[in-house]
Ligand binder design. Structure first.
Ligand SMILES: *[C@@H]1O[C@H](CO)[C@@H](O)[C@H](O)[C@H]1NC(C)=O
Ligand SMILES: *[C@@H]1O[C@H](CO)[C@@H](O)[C@H](O)[C@H]1NC(C)=O
Ligand SMILES: *[C@@H]1O[C@H](CO)[C@@H](O)[C@H](O)[C@H]1NC(C)=O
Ligand SMILES: *[C@@H]1O[C@H](CO)[C@@H](O)[C@H](O)[C@H]1NC(C)=O
Ligand SMILES: *[C@@H]1O[C@H](CO)[C@@H](O)[C@H](O)[C@H]1NC(C)=O
Ligand SMILES: *[C@@H]1O[C@H](CO)[C@@H](O)[C@H](O)[C@H]1NC(C)=O
Ligand SMILES: *[C@@H]1O[C@H](CO)[C@@H](O)[C@H](O)[C@H]1NC(C)=O
Length: 764
């Protein structure tokens, strides 16, 4: 009956085993989660008694002899009469309760009585005193893991070996409990000492100095016991009454009494199975089997040592790389570029370490590669850019007639002041790379920059927008011709730059702005007296006349207008922009964009012939004269339709004898009415629709010279008479002069061939 009950319970325990095994068997030892999967006993053997798990080679006394090693010490006697059942070593009579068995560490925990030596007020208290002794058959008390501990304040306790070959102990005396502290067994109220090796039995005995007379109130008994280190904590209360009457001892067990070497000689009885190693017991005799590194389980069972899946337990077997479990070991391959064991905390204590040579190689290689690449790209790029720039410059230079210009310049007498061919960089520098702040004029034609040449010469640099490739040769010719003109009333062309997409023209810089500005700015126009106006007209006419006749092929200005007549500080006229506009094709879009700037001056014949001639300049000059007289713009959409074009308006006013009404106030007040009338008549002739009807520029210049000469004559200026009379006189005089001129004139001829790009080279 008892047996059946035991079986039932054993089965129940067996079922629970899987859950509790790891926790209980390994309790204070290392915990191996995977161990729960494997049996700890031979098949069919009971594996526990109460809370105790019983691994092979230990076995229950009531099981078959197969279930345990063939020695009494390996037999566990299970007392089912208690609840839970109590396991005893060998048999219940030994009174050695087993509290734990570890196969891995070859340890066994048993509990044994605490010895005590007590007194009461009458003296020695025999009934409370107890002097335990222990005799072990096979497994010695671990000398390293146990201590002989004594508690008391008037105490001398001895550990005597069973053979009475040696005795040792320790003394504890303390007169006052206040000096005793909890926690450690430090010598006051408690002392401890080591156990010798190979101790299989002992007896505990006591002595007291004063029969506890002086400490009776807080320490009536002396206590002494052998206990596993760490299993007992001293506390002050233990002096009065110790908490437990049992202590836990740790025994070291081993198989048989042979060394490994001897045991292996008899394979039939040799207990170590596969994947195990054998070591000789240090305390006592016999040998111990343990699983090889990389394995775990019960080394005494067949196939008891199982490979550890290290990869499943990264906390215990860290792997920084790729973990791969192999039989008895695991590999941890470091990622590429790293070296090392990969198993952190392994032999070298290091995990995967970045491979310095590899890293170096890669980084140095990459760095060098990048640098070389960048350098070569940079070099190629700059080389390419430079070549491209040079090629482009050359292309532009050719395209803009540079070769032609060079050739022409070569043909010329180098002693004359020729046009200079500027480099693109020179002009870039002069204008701060065409900075906006350097712009002095802007319009549909392009932009004019003020520049400073390295020789501190201030220049105006005109940058056109578009180029008519068909006109290149003529442009070059004119550049040469114009650069050779050294007339005080011409804005000198210093040279050009052909290395840019559009040719740049470099002129002398005139600092007082355009006549347009002076006439049409009310603040400035009042300062332009009739005398100055007449002089400007005369100077302009002189220049145009000179250019029409000077060279073998007449130079036609093509864009005579106020905006192209610049003034210096002394109001000297400086005509700019001769013919250089050839490069700008005159197409419809441009006409429309330039309506306000130039259309008012345009020879009406141009619309029929599409040709600009010297007479076109004459017509335009006529408009300039009309503007000088009236102060009105050549074309203004602010005026009523019939007055929109100044030429038409001016002519109709003359016809209706309303000249004096349209003449600017400043002039009218000056009382030069007769001169005004003469100039008006001259303008009228210049504005003839038919070019043939217009005078030549030479005639115009002469007439204006004549008028100026007369104006300076004291006969006219000096007499302060009735203005009506003066006008009358003047008319008589000039009419004669004019008539003679008119008879020689062939009239104004045709008009501008090409439209002109205005150069607004005004100083600001
Ligand atoms: C002291 O102990 C003895 C023996 O155990 C006992 O007979 C006696 O009564 C005790 N005396 C006192 C005062 O408890
Ligand atoms: C312990 O010491 C304190 C003060 O040092 C004293 O008051 C007390 O009486 C002493 N106790 C004993 C039992 O000697
Ligand atoms: C013992 O206790 C007393 C009173 O608390 C103190 O004066 C004395 O220093 C202590 N002695 C030791 C060794 O701790
Ligand atoms: C020592 O510990 C016990 C409980 O274990 C406590 O009652 C006592 O007050 C402690 N004594 C000292 C001095 O800490
Ligand atoms: C202690 O008690 C024993 C007998 O119990 C006695 O023989 C001995 O003299 C006592 N010692 C002292 C110091 O009181
Ligand atoms: C002894 O004390 C330590 C900490 O003070 C504690 O961790 C340990 O569990 C105690 N041991 C026992 C057997 O009470
Ligand atoms: C596992 O492998 C490593 C390296 O391959 C080796 O150093 C180590 O000794 C091996 N461990 C076992 C138990 O074989």
């Amino acid at each position: 009956m008892e047996r059946v009950e035991g079986r039932t319970m054993a089965i129940h325990e067996f079922l629970l085993k899987v859950l509790v095994l790891g926790i209980i068997i390994s309790g204070p030892y290392h915990s191996h989660a995977a161990e729960t999967d494997y049996s700890i006993t031979k098949p069919g053997c009971q594996s526990s008694c109460g809370n105790l798990l019983i691994p092979y080679p230990f076995g229950l006394s009531d099981s078959t002899s197969d279930c345990h090693f063939n020695l009494p010490s390996f037999i566990v006697d299970c007392d089912y009469s208690t609840d839970p059942p109590t396991p005893y070593m060998e048999n219940k009579g030994s009174n050695l309760q087993i509290s734990g068995i570890s196969v891995e560490d070859h340890e066994m925990r048993i509990s044994h009585w605490v010895g005590q030596d007590c007194f009461n007020s009458s003296g020695y208290d025999e009934s409370s005193s107890f002097y335990p002794w222990l005799t072990l058959a096979k497994f010695p008390i671990s000398s390293t893991k146990n201590k002989f501990t004594v508690v008391g304040c008037d105490t001398l306790a001895y550990f005597q070996d069973g053979g009475e070959k040696f005795t040792f102990g320790c003394v504890s005396l303390c007169s006052n409990i206040t000096n005793v502290s909890n926690g450690s067994c430090s010598g006051i109220g408690c002392c401890e000492t080591s156990i010798p090796t190979d101790s299989l039995n002992y007896q505990i005995s006591f002595q007291s100095f004063y029969n506890h007379t002086y400490v009776l109130d807080f320490n009536p008994c002396s206590y002494a016991f052998v206990a596993e280190i760490g299993s007992y904590n001293f506390s002050v209360g233990d002096l009065k009454q110790i908490k437990s009457d049992r202590s836990t001892l740790l025994l070291e067990w081993a198989i048989g009494d042979q060394t490994c070497e001897d045991a292996r000689k008899n394979p039939a009885s040799y207990m170590c199975t596969d994947n195990t190693k054998c070591t000789d017991a240090k305390d006592g005799s016999g040998y111990k089997c343990t699983c090889l590194e990389g394995y775990q389980g019960n080394p005494y069972l067949a196939n008891g040592c199982h490979d550890i899946d290290e990869c499943a337990d990264p906390e215990k077997y860290p792997c920084e790389g790729e973990c791969n479990n192999i039989e008895g070991n695991y590999t941890c391959l470091c990622p590429k570029g790293y070296h090392g064991y990969g198993k952190k905390g392994g032999e070298d204590g290091q995990g995967c370490v970045a491979n310095p040579s590899y890293l170096m190689k890669i980084s140095v290689g990459v760095a060098v590669g990048i640098i070389v690449l960048l350098l070569s790209i940079g070099l190629l790029y700059f080389g390419y850019k430079k070549r491209e720039l040079i090629r482009l410059k050359e292309q532009y230079f050719k395209q803009n007639g540079g070769l032609l210009l060079q050739q022409r310049l070569h043909e010329h007498d180098r002693t004359t002041k020729d046009a200079k061919i500027f480099g693109a960089e020179e002009l870039e520098k002069a204008t701060d790379n065409y900075d906006e702040s350097k712009i002095v004029g802007q319009g549909g034609y392009g932009t004019v920059y003020k520049g400073l040449l390295p020789n501190n010469m201030v220049v105006a640099i005109k940058k056109s927008k578009v180029v008519d490739q068909g006109q290149i040769e003529q442009f070059i010719n004119e550049v040469i011709v114009l650069s050779q003109i050294n007339h005080r009333n011409v804005v000198k062309l210093l040279g050009c730059c052909l290395e840019t997409e559009v040719p740049l023209l470099v002129y002398e810089f005139i600092n007082n702005g355009t006549l347009f500005d002076h006439i049409h700015n009310p603040n400035k126009s009042s300062k332009l007296s009739w005398e100055i106006r007449l002089r400007i007209a005369s100077e302009t006419a002189g220049v145009l006349s000179y250019l029409h006749s000077a060279a073998s092929t007449p130079i036609i200005h093509r864009d005579v207008k106020l905006a192209n007549i610049l003034l210096d500080a002394g109001y000297t006229a400086k005509v700019s922009d001769f013919g250089a506009s050839r490069l700008v094709p005159l197409d419809q879009t441009q006409l429309s964009t330039m309506v306000q700037g130039t259309l008012g001056y345009l020879d009406p014949e141009y619309f029929h012939t599409s040709q600009l001639t010297e007479k076109s300049d004459v017509y335009s000059f006529g408009v300039v004269l009309a503007e000088l007289l009236t102060g009105k713009k050549a074309l203004s959409f602010d005026r009523p339709e019939e007055e929109r074009s100044l030429a038409t308006y001016f002519l109709s006013s003359l016809k209706n004898d309303k000249l004096l009404q349209i003449v600017e106030e400043v002039i009218a007040y000056e009382g030069n009415n007769e001169q005004v009338r003469e100039v008006a008549n001259l303008a009228k002739r210049c504005l003839e629709i038919k070019g043939e009807g217009r005078p030549t520029m030479k005639e115009v210049a002469m007439e204006l010279e004549g008028l100026r000469a007369m104006a300076n004559h004291p006969w006219v200026n000096g007499i302060d008479v009735n203005p009506e009379e003066t006008i009358h006189l003047l008319r008589e005089k000039t009419n004669v002069y004019m008539d003679s001129v008119a008879s020689t004139s062939t009239g104004c001829t045709d008009s501008m061939k090409n439209h002109v790009m205005p150069l607004v080279s005004s100083g600001r």
